[in-house]
Design a protein around this ligand. Structure first.
Ligand code: PAJ
Length: 302
């Protein structure tokens, strides 16, 4: 496995793989790799001839009060995971290499969806995400890009960017990997104290309950939202950020559930903020193409 720190060399490595008739699989990460990242790497390894992981803690997507400085960094362990997952190349640039002219003033505007939900709690976050992902797409060139459903709004915005700006990238969505008790695996889970960790699976419980309600025919989105908020609220350690029910294609908030919906939760456990989501499909409605396959699209909104 080759570790590349310069943009030009990364571009060349991807070009050389394509010249060798290999499909490039791009797996962007911020490191602190866990089983969620591993599942993306494995999907890319199965489906592509050349797997390129990027490891870059992108300062643009962190707000002033956020955890850029303390974001977990463990490069040696990450390189071991990447090698063990069959990566061909890891692109690990410095901040100066990615942004040689300093913070860019030409950026990707995520549109209105970028200001809602996670975007409302974290102003500027999705502009930072889309800008770095656009740069990685520009460097990697024609490829498949692997992203987790865990960050469903990020995935939806990346899909929109690809549809609307036409980088030569096929987005592949990979299902959320969970701990045995349902907690979605996240680099931030290590920050939870023992009591917070014990409370955190309430997010999964609220989402699974609500998914069951929709599957059994509950059409009133307000009742579904209130149910999720109620379950989260039953744990004194959990402070709800939002409980939302959005159309899985348009991401608009709904009153009535008529087709597949995305159920979304954000909550704080102490100072750690966690997010999670599931797809829920009402009876008689066809689910969108399953994630994990290059053919799956979903999110056809806007
Ligand atoms: P990061 O949080 O490191 O996540 C990298 C990728 O792993 C994302 O696509 C994310 O959705 C996926 N992922 C994280 N936890 C997962 C889980 N439990 N199951 C499945 N997939 C999971 O997301 C980012 O980095 C950054 O915003 C990035 C896209 C790299 C841009 O900087």
């Amino acid at each position: 496995m080759e570790v590349i720190t310069e943009r030009a060399a990364f571009r060349e490595a991807c070009e050389a793989a394509r010249a060798d008739q290999r499909v490039v699989g791009l797996v962007p990460t911020m490191g602190a790799l866990h089983d969620g990242h591993r599942s993306l790497l494995m999907a890319a390894r199965t489906q592509c001839g050349f797997v390129a992981m990027t490891l870059f803690v992108n300062p643009l997507q962190f707000g002033p009060g956020e955890d850029l400085r303390t974001y977990p960094r463990m490069v040696d362990a990450d390189l071991e995971v990447a090698a063990g997952s069959g990566c061909d190349v890891v692109f690990h640039p410095s901040v100066a290499e990615m942004y040689p002219a300093g913070e860019p003033d030409v950026t990707v505007d995520p549109g209105r969806l970028g200001t809602r939900l996670e975007g409302a709690e974290r102003p500027g976050h999705f502009r930072g995400v889309l800008t770095v992902v656009a740069k990685l797409f520009a460097l990697a060139g024609h490829c498949r890009g692997y992203f987790g459903e865990k960050d469903a709004q990020q995935l939806a915005l990346i899909r929109r960017m690809v549809r609307q700006l036409d980088p030569p990238v096929e987005v592949v969505a990979c299902p959320t990997v969970r701990e045995r008790d349902g907690l979605a695996i996240s680099s931030r889970n290590v920050r939870l104290s023992a009591v917070e960790r014990a409370a955190a699976p309430v997010l999964w419980r609220a989402l699974s309950d609500a998914e069951g309600l929709v599957r059994r025919g509950e059409h009133d989105a307000r009742r579904v939202r209130e149910h999720m908020a109620g379950v989260v609220g039953s744990r004194p350690l959990a402070r709800l950020g939002y409980a939302a029910v959005v159309d899985d294609e348009t991401w608009e908030n709904l009153d009535r559930i008529r087709g597949p919906v995305r159920l979304l939760l954000a909550a704080r456990f102490g100072s750690t903020r966690l997010i999670d989501n599931v797809l829920a499909v009402p009876p008689g409605s066809a689910p969108p193409a399953s994630p994990g396959s290059p053919a799956s699209r979903g999110d056809r909104g806007e």
